[in-house]
Design a protein around this ligand. Sequence first.
Ligand code: SF4
Length: 317
Amino acid sequence: MLQYLIILLDKESVSFCSTPPKGERGGGLMPLETLRQGIRFGMMENLMIQYVYPDKELSKEYAEVIESIDHSKIKSLPQSLLKEGRMDADVWVTESIKDIKAEVPVVWRTDKQNLFNSEADIVCALENVPRLNVVLTDVETFTDEDFEKYKQLLSALAKHIEKLYVEGKAPQLNLLTDRMMLQKMNNCGAGDTTITLAPNGKFYVCPAFFYEDESDSIGDLENGLDIKNKQLYKLEYAPICRHCDAYQCKRCIWLNRKTTLEVNTPSHEQCVLAHLERNASRELLNNIRKHGTFLPEQEDIKEIDYLDPFDKRDTWQ
Ligand code: SF4
């Protein structure tokens, strides 16, 4: 069931997930009337609205329309402002986590090389933001050597997080703490629970589908939604993911289509990364529990001997 409507206020709205960087999209603000109609659609369908902002300032007229409905704001802020801990967004997006400080969750988009070099900055960020969401922008390029580096980084970060928990803090890092708290899949939901409205008044599965090809829409404000084979976006129809317990996995629909040409079939790289996170979360959960009761209602994460559920397809019922 649809629950969220992402409204891209501009063609150059900030990328907050695997979506390619702004690059050569060319600016283009959503016309005010389109914004009003989008809000109306969201109200009629009872959807929670998430506005995604461009870097430029919007006029007072836009601000008034934006504020006319409950929503959350996703913005990118320059490094200088991140340091000051400004609070005019519900989620901040940044390409650098050096010295960040914030009172709302921060999304850090990074490539693997930068990630591997940033252990100290991540540890520092965990003390200064309520939640850090790491989004890898080059998942499909991971090699076996990279997987090993990722595993080592997660293990090192888990030790830091364990120490913080023992000190009575509760840092959140999507890669390690989400799986400890989840009892079922919690993925991106593009095309199923979430759709995106672009500045051209058309709907898309997610921002990446709009940025990649504007003709790839799933309806428009005038004629409503038209999602072909919409069951394919649901977990029950995902042949591999429905057998998986890496509940924290992003299960990126756009990345699926990019790498396997199927929206419901993930790449090997996406699965291995999610399982390295799952296994490191298991270790973290077990280690925190050695210090005392922790998440007593949460089941243990069981030990498994694979990193890609596809390798266990013989055991599926
Ligand atoms: S790890 Fe792979 S199979 Fe599991 S949810 Fe993620 S993409 Fe799907």
